[in-house]
Ligand binder design. Structure first.
Ligand SMILES: Cc1cc2nc3c(=O)[nH]c(=O)nc-3n(C[C@H](O)[C@H](O)[C@H](O)COP(=O)(O)OP(=O)(O)OC[C@H]3O[C@@H](n4cnc5c(N)ncnc54)[C@H](O)[C@@H]3O)c2cc1C
Length: 271
């Protein structure tokens, strides 16, 4: 439970972070809240030689507007997203989802950017961001690029970010949509065994594959006029849930159907 030795480097700007990534290459890892990376380092599943701490970069933190999007800095802590009056007013799904991440200690250190960059399918925020068709802004030494949520999560703990990029912000389209986030846990304040986010006609699932996924068959059935019960039965179509100490694959499939039905009903009631 003791990490391998590493050098700690605190940077004050995105440019300094990019310079450090270029200098140390594969030996380096960005550190935001440390609530996913440090546990991995303690298990020696990650052994970076250099940690580049980006948590103090002011330009990476906060919530602003840009056109018809809400822009959330990548190093914005979960607690800020949870309690921000602006997020609560314009994107209730995101504020609510943030409120379910771990416990208050986790929410006071962990960041939205760290959560999505970690790329864990059982994390909460990626599921809701996928349902909302969020856009992710990444910056490298050659400029910035935008990655759609649907293209961002590419494999088990893998994202479309390259090792020399910094995730700058997350843009959420402003739209008043009915919403719900359902999370099943085997203990309170735990990662999701399965989760389901509903935003308008979009449905996304967590822990039903290596990456968060959209329940496209449910969405199509709803568009074609299926009732909620019938549509929700399709929630586990095209999924590949694992069996592990939390749940069997079959139980996860059952949860996906039940949580999606509950979520669709809750969202409808909010209309
Ligand atoms: C006890 C405990 C309970 C938890 N419970 C939950 C839970 O219920 N639900 C949930 O969703 N999560 C949970 N988490 C995880 C938590 O949400 C983490 O905060 C989050 O997953 C990672 O964010 P971080 O800022 O701590 O990232 P870090 O751990 O600092 O970094 C994670 C990864 O992202 C990379 N990274 C970080 N920021 C950037 C960036 N701006 N650009 C590019 N790469 C970046 C890092 O290099 C690293 O690879 C829990 C964590 C703990 C310790």
């Amino acid at each position: 439970m003791i990490p391998a030795p590493f050098t700690y480097l605190r940077v004050g700007s995105v440019q300094e972070a990019l310079d450090a990534l270029a200098e140390y290459g594969d030996d380096a890892k960005l550190l935001a809240g440390g609530h996913s990376l440090i546990p991995l380092m303690k298990y020696r599943l990650a052994t970076p030689k250099v940690l580049i701490d980006i948590s103090g970069i002011a330009e990476l933190s906060g919530v602003t507007f840009e056109g018809d999007s809400l822009v959330i800095g990548a190093a914005t802590r979960h607690a800020i997203v949870e309690h921000s009056p602006v997020v609560k007013e314009h994107c209730r799904l995101l504020a609510y989802t943030a409120s379910l991440v771990g416990d208050p200690q986790v929410r006071n250190r962990g960041t939205i950017g760290g959560s999505v960059a970690h790329g864990d399918s059982a994390s909460d925020l990626p599921v809701s961001l996928l349902a909302m068709d969020a856009q992710f802004t990444a910056q490298g030494r050659n400029g910035t690029r935008t990655i759609a949520a649907a293209d961002f999560f590419v494999g088990f703990w893998q994202t479309a970010l390259t090792p020399n990029e910094v995730l700058i912000n997350i843009k959420v389209p402003l739209a008043k949509q009915r919403w719900s986030y359902q999370k099943f846990t085997i203990r309170s304040q735990d990662w999701a065994t399965v989760s389901s986010a509903v935003y308008g006609n979009a449905v996304a699932l967590g822990a039903m594959a290596d990456i968060p996924i959209r329940a496209r068959d449910v969405e199509s059935a709803l568009l074609q006029g299926a009732d909620i019960s019938q549509a929700a039965l399709l929630a586990d179509h095209n999924t590949s849930p694992s069996s592990d100490t939390r749940a069997s694959s079959d139980y996860r499939r059952h949860l996906a159907r039940v949580l999606t039905e509950d979520g669709l009903r809750e969202a409808l009631a909010r209309n």
